[in-house]
Design a protein. Sequence first.
Length: 364
Amino acid sequence: MRILYDNEIFLIQKYGGVSRYYYELIRRMPDFNTDVLLYMGRFINEYGLENFSDKFSVFYGSKIKHIPKTKLLSITLQKPLFERFAEKQSFDIMHQTYFGDINVSNKHKRIVTVYDFTHDKFSENFSKLDRSAKLKKIAIDKADGIICISESTRKDLEDMYDLKNKKIKVIYLANSLKYDISEKSIIDGSYILYIGDRRSYKNFSVMLKLFEINNSLRINYKLICCGGGAFTKAESELISKAGLQNTFVQVGANDKKMANLYKYAAAFVYPSKYEGFGIPLLEAMYYGCPIVATNVGSLPEIGGNAGLYFNPDSPEELSSCIDTIINDKDIRNSLIQKGYDREKLFSWDKCAEETYNFYREVLS
C-alpha cells in the first residue's frame, strides 16, 4: 500500500493540534509495511518529520527563510506544486491533511479527516473571506473514506451531509504532552487553569462570571490563561471593571511550561460551547489535574467519568463544580485516578493502527 500525504496543514498550522495529529500519524505509518510519500513543499513545520525521512518511500521538502505570512498565499503558491508532484507519483491512497481543493487523478482512493464543524456552527467568529466550510464540503464530497475524531463529530457530519457510498470511521486522537515535571510550580499561589483561544464560542466570558459570583475563589485563586495571545483591549476593560486585573493572568507557554501549569493547577476548566475532540482534557488527566468541562459536543465523550460537567450558560453550575473539586478531597482524588486511567485509553499507536486498517477497508 502506497499512501500520499499533502502538506496543507503544515502551511496552515506551524504548531498545533491538527499538525501534531499528522506528525504522530505519518511517522508511525511505515511501521505497517506501507510506502509513505510525504510532500512537505518549501516549508517544514516545528515537529521535524524530516527526521524520519529515511522511513518514507518518497520525501520532498526543504526549509526556506521567508515563509508567506498569510495562509491563503501559502496554500495558493503550494497547491499547483503539490498537484504536479502527485501526478508524477504512483500511490493507492491520498490522505488529505486539510480541506484545500486539490485536483489529482481519480485513479486512487481519497481519505479526509474531519475534526469539527466550528466554521459551520460559528461562522460569525471568522472572516467573511474564510472559505473553510465551503472547502470542507468539497473535500468531503470528493472523499471515498472519512475519518471523524469523535462520535460527536460523526453525528454532526451525518446531520449536515449526504453521505451515500462514503465509508466513515471514528478514530480518536491522543495526548502528546508527556514530560517528567520535577521542578516547582512556575506560578506563585493557587490557580485555576484555562488553555487556548478565547473567541466567543470558547465561552471565556463564563470564567469572568465565575470569579464574580464565587468570592472564595476570587480571594484565594488566580485564573491562569495559557496561550491565546495577550488580553485584548475589550477583555482587559471587562477584567478591570470586575476588579480582577490582579487575578486574571495571561501567560505564553511552550510544551514543557504548559505541562508544569497542568501539574500544579487546582483544576482545569474547559468552558467551550463546541469542540470536535478536546485534547487538553487528556493533557490535564495525564498530569493529575482534575477537569471541569461543559456538557456539550465531544467533551463528555472524551472526559467520561474523569470529569465534572456543567451547562455552558450557567456560571452557577461551574462554580459548584469548582467548589466540589477544591473542597471534597475524596471526589478530587477519585477524579484524578479516573483521569490517569482514562488517558491511557487513548494512544497514537492505536490511532495509527486503526487508520491503517481503515485505509485497507477503503481499498477493499
